[in-house]
Structure formats: structure tokens, C-alpha cells
Design a protein around this ligand. Sequence first.
Ligand SMILES: Cc1cc2nc3c(=O)[nH]c(=O)nc-3n(C[C@H](O)[C@H](O)[C@H](O)COP(=O)(O)OP(=O)(O)OC[C@H]3O[C@@H](n4cnc5c(N)ncnc54)[C@H](O)[C@@H]3O)c2cc1C
Length: 441
Amino acid sequence: MKQKNTWVSWNENIKHNYTSLYKITSEEKLSEVIAKNDKIRFFGNKQSSADIAAGTDALIDMTSYNKIVSYDYNKKTVTVQSGLILGDFLEAIEAVGWCIPCLPDINTITIGGALATGTHGTSGKLLSEYMIECTLVLADGSIKTITEEDDLMDAVRVSLGMLGVMSTITFKCEKSYTLHVKERPEKDSEWLPKIKSRLKEHDFLRILWLPHTDKGYVITGDKIKPDTKIVENNGPKYLKHRRNASKILYKYSHIYPWITSIANKILAKAFFSSKKEHKGTLYQATVTKSRGSTLELAEWTIALDKFPQVFDELKTEINKWSNKSFIHIPMDVRFVKKDTSWLSYAYKQDIVTMGCVSRNAATADTYEAFKSVEKIFLKHGGRPHWGKRFSAKDVELSRVYPKWEAFKELRSNLDPTNKFLNPYLTKLVNAKAKKVINEIA
Ligand SMILES: Cc1cc2nc3c(=O)[nH]c(=O)nc-3n(C[C@H](O)[C@H](O)[C@H](O)COP(=O)(O)OP(=O)(O)OC[C@H]3O[C@@H](n4cnc5c(N)ncnc54)[C@H](O)[C@@H]3O)c2cc1C
């Protein structure tokens, strides 16, 4: 009998036994491994909070499949293997003077993991919208090249690794630019009505909302010439201790959730009350490069026009003392432009995304905030981030994703034996074991 090993996610909230682990370094090997296994999942840097990366006996570790394949300097395109770490990719393209103009606030994830879950930044499109071509290894091990001209591209861009494994990816890049970033605290009554005008005025907009304080921390960015002089102000030196201070203040918030309300007021005063100003490339100036500790994340998205109403409702709900939904700082508010990808949060609508963090990953199951946020966003037609925590399944998802049924049909045609489904994904798409049913029939 084969020995069982344990797969553990980044924040240790998901654990699965497995018997075979393949570390692949070539497309041929990827295709061979997929063809010979009946059930298989594949993972990048294991940083998703949703149970989407493992849960099958055979697993593929994509992180050694991480080379830059080629550059086309005339077209500003670059082709990479999907296990490449995002930070390595961004540094490589910056070195040739290019950028991807919308980046998530994390650089340790793999390209494949980022694309599969619809990873996004702010004031632009999902990362997957900058992909113009990819090769996809299908359930039978065959390799399909998909370009922007193919109808399939809209289905594949965000597909949680349910249609196949993305092998090589070609991105269309833009010329790198310098961003002048300004940060300051603002009352909710100030920043909320200014969202639309600021989206027009600035190249970058992000708001770190500070629940239970009536304040947000507004970050704007404007493109400038690299040699433009600015008065740099990085705020007091102690700001770098914010995450550790949060960890300490929230330590017992799972036992006494109301502590959060007091902790947030202290954190807002200490770490979000000073103005800051700096410049750099989008990657250098806005993406967090290191995190002291793990956390558990949820994130919901809503049409831009509906956001003020959802925000008000959420604020009222979490400020009720009868409610245990106290929320750790910050709730990250970002903006994504509409696209046509079937499972994109921004499918045919400009959206606002709102993060919800539990700084105690181990006690996330008791964090009421995840439930309250989900209830309110779902009620208004909000869509959950695929890589983060949510409990909605097939029925709810079919109401908020217009292309959900089309995606499910395509998935079952491309993977008729459900090779790529783990238990979580099986429930998500409400998949029936087609082959077995046919055999019985
Ligand atoms: C601290 C932190 C900050 C974050 N910040 C952001 C953010 O700013 N914006 C945002 O949108 N998200 C953010 N996320 C979510 C994160 O981007 C996603 O969870 C992402 O999927 C993690 O990438 P990974 O390499 O760890 O993938 P994994 O978690 O290992 O895998 C994720 C999914 O991708 C699939 N997959 C992996 N490789 C491939 C491939 N080659 N082809 C097809 N499918 C594949 C896996 O099977 C799995 O279903 C953040 C997460 C953390 C922990």
C-alpha cells in the first residue's frame, strides 16, 4: 500500500492526505502525469483560503515549472511557464521596461494560481485579462492552444483549474510607468461620495476601510515622469510594526469579539492617521513584498453602482452590539473594470471588491464577520473571490454568474470523468459522477 502524506495550505487551515506528488518541469511531463491519473489536482504556492488546490490522491506541484520562455520585444509580449512566482515575473518584465498595469497586493503567488482564481488589483482589470494566449493541458493529456480569437478564451481565463491545467501563458505588457502615491485618512462621509470622481481623476485608487471607526485610509496614485520631484514622506518609522501590533491586539478577539472594536480604534489612531507620499513603479510602490504572519481571507464584489447601499447596510449590521461580526482592520476596497470572462467578478460590469480579513487564521471558523459579509453581498447579487473563503455553492452562484450554467456544461464536456474535481469543487459545480451513471444506465 502507498504511504499517505499530508498536503497543508499556506495558513494551515486546509489539510489533505495524498499518495503521489509530481514535481513537474516540462509540458510533456505535465501532460503524461495528467493522462495517467484518474483524479488529480495541481497547486501553486498554496495561498488560497478556498479548498480548491488539493484533495485528490495524486497532486502536481507546479512551482518548479517556472521559466520565462520568450519575449517578443516588438509586440511587448512575454511567454512564461505557469508555476513562475508573480514577483519574479514582475521583476523580469520591469528589467525590460514593461509592466502589467493592475496588480494584486501579493507577489509570492504563482501565475497559474493567480489566473485560475481571478486575482486582481485595483483601477484596472483582472490579471487574467492581460493573458492573450495559453496552452491548456486537458483531462486526456492533450494540449490545446487558446488565443484571444478563440471563444474558449473567455471561459478559460478564470476557471479554477476545472477545464485543464494552464501550461504556458503569454501576457501582453505595457510600458512601465512611475506612480506618485498619496495616502491619507478620511471620514466615511468624505471618501464614499467621492469614489466615482476619484476613479476618473486618478490612475490608482484603493481604500483601506477601518471598520468600527467611521474612517477609511485613502490611497491614490497618479502617473508622473520618473524624474518628477516629490516631497517623500513615509510616515513615522513605527508604522512597519502594524501587522505585529494587530496580531497582539486581536489575539483574544475570537473569544471576546468586541475587543476588535477597541483594537480598531487604537490601530486607526496609531497606524492610519498620518499622511504619506512616495513614488515608484506600480509594483514597487503598491505591492506588499513580505508578510510577517498568515491570515484568512474572504472577499466579495459588487457592481459599482450598488456599492454605497451595500456599504451602508454592512456598516449598520456590524456596528450592532447584538451582532458578533466585528471585523479586523482593514477591509480592502478596490475597483475593477468590466470584462467578458465568464467567471470574472467583473463580467459585464464595473465592480467594487471588498476584502474581509481574520488575522487569526486558526480561529477563522468562528469569525462571524465572514458570514455577515457573505449574507449582505449575496443578497445584492455580489460575487465571491474564488480563491478566498465563502460558503455559497451551485444554486447561489448560478444566480450571480450569468455564464455559470454554460461554464458547467463546458467543464463536463472537457472533463467527463471529473478528473479535476476534488470534493469542494464537486459541490461547487454540483457535479454528478457522469461515467458511473452512464454505466448503470
Ligand atoms: C496574503 C494574501 C494576499 C492576497 N492578495 C490578493 C489580491 O490582492 N488580489 C486578489 O485577487 N487575490 C489575492 N489573494 C488571493 C490569491 O491571489 C489567490 O488565492 C491565488 O490563487 C493564490 O495563488 P497560489 O499560487 O498560491 O495558488 P494555489 O492556492 O496553490 O492554487 C489556487 C488555484 O489555482 C489552481 N492552479 C494552480 N496552478 C494552476 C495552473 N497552472 N493552471 C490552472 N489552475 C492552476 C489550483 O488548482 C487552485 O485551484 C491573496 C492571498 C493572500 C494569502
